[in-house]
Design a protein around this ligand. Structure first.
Ligand SMILES: [Ca+2]
Length: 288
């Protein structure tokens, strides 16, 4: 618990530094201030790198400590630890065969994403597998072939997912979505082309219960969707206290992911476009 206190306190200061004021401050000064007041790592609660993982029979621990992925015996099997190259750098990857996934502990009580209204989640992945089945509704993110996420039944449930979406094309697309406040999905485009990519999905709270959900592909903003609550007042305004999976959207309706995942990072703040571009440039540090 102690270790998480500074992380939970970080978003306000990071947001202050990233809150769109860069335009009025020279870039070099802004970057200097950012380094002084809010290191990029502040608010990072999950950093899973395949290079830290010993493989199928081992738990995969986050560099932030405590957050662990384990082989989920419920319906799946474990991915395979392998090596690949990313722009000439040899990297470790978790290879998912279409039936593999890992899950955070079901008994965990202090999930750092539980109750957060704002986040950035970034996945470094490679896939060339198109989605199976019929075209699905983009907003039904729980039907993606999931790279990461969880689905809670019903609407307005504070869940999220990133995966392969069947957009009706031959290749399909990579997309992200969340039940914040109501289910919405955003396509990142046809990134499942057998090359390494990063996708970052951010949720930024704007006014009461209003969210700006954005998807970045390879460090560039693709689209922002703003969502406002309906009049019922029943909309979720924060992520649920649920386990999530890597390799599938836990509780979702579609097949697990086929492809490789080298790193996943979750921040409890919506990172700025500049931070996201920087993360992509080095693929979260995988590319030296
Ligand atoms: Ca849901």
């Amino acid at each position: 618990m102690l270790k998480q206190v500074p992380f939970r306190q970080a978003p306000a200061s990071l947001k202050a530094a990233n809150g769109g004021s860069f335009k009025s401050i020279p870039t070099r000064v802004a970057v200097f201030l950012l380094v002084l007041t809010a290191p990029l790592q502040a608010g990072t609660v999950v950093e899973w790198f395949a290079s830290d993982w010993a493989g199928a029979n081992s738990s995969w621990e986050s560099r932030t400590g405590k957050q662990t992925l384990f082989y989920d015996t419920y319906k799946g099997s474990a991915p395979l630890l392998s090596e690949d190259t990313l722009d000439g750098a040899v990297i470790k990857t978790a290879v998912f065969s279409g039936k593999d996934f890992l899950t955070t502990p079901l008994e965990q009580t202090d999930r750092p994403w539980a109750g957060i209204s704002e986040f950035s989640i970034t996945v470094v992945f490679r896939s060339k597998t198109p989605p199976a089945g019929a075209t699905t509704d983009l907003n039904a993110f729980h039907d993606f072939k999931g790279m990461v996420g969880f689905e809670v039944g019903g609407l307005n449930s504070g869940d999220f997912g990133i995966g392969i979406w069947n957009d009706g094309t031959k290749t399909g697309a990579v997309a992200a979505g969340a039940g914040l406040p109501v289910d919405v999905g955003i396509s990142a485009g046809a990134l499942n082309d057998d090359a390494w990519h990063t996708v970052t999905f951010t949720a930024a709270r704007q006014e009461k219960d209003t969210f700006a959900l954005s998807v970045y592909a390879d460090g560039r903003l693709v689209r922002t969707e703003t969502r406002i609550p309906d009049t019922s007042g029943q909309n979720a305004t924060a992520l649920a206290n649920q386990s999530f999976s890597v390799g599938t959207i836990r509780g979702g309706g579609n097949a697990p992911f086929t492809g490789s995942i080298a790193a996943i990072r979750l921040d409890t703040t919506p990172l700025s476009a500049a931070d996201i571009a920087t993360m992509h440039r080095t693929y979260l540090g995988l590319k030296k």
